[in-house]
Design a protein around this ligand. Sequence first.
Ligand code: SF4
Ligand code: SF4
Length: 114
Amino acid sequence: MKKFGFSTINSRTIDYQQFDTRLLDKVLQEEPSFARCMSCGGCTATCSAGNLIDFNVRMLGLLIKRGEIEGLATEIDKCMLCGKCILVCPRGINTRHVIMLIKKEMVKLKLEQV
Ligand code: SF4
Ligand code: SF4
């Protein structure tokens, strides 16, 4: 391994190979535009739900990229599906479709666990 003169604390290391990407893979299959998300936060800044309650749509994207789906179902239910976030996304991502796909897949995952 190449040495850079510094080391990273193990607990602060992000290992992309270890992530559970099942949900992300499903979303990307049906909405490939999501791969273009650069986490700019434009969607969060304009979000109708986020203006009223504690809800961060940009964070949802990061969580599914990391495979952290615990608590995601409750969080995603806060979205009002108004579509405002689509209008401001600089990458032209159909964010509402992404959210609907996550909802659909979350239901399937829940059913698998029953
Ligand atoms: S506005 Fe678009 S590019 Fe920016 S964080 Fe939201 S989905 Fe990603
Ligand atoms: S569709 Fe959902 S995430 Fe997008 S602006 Fe509306 S409430 Fe926010």
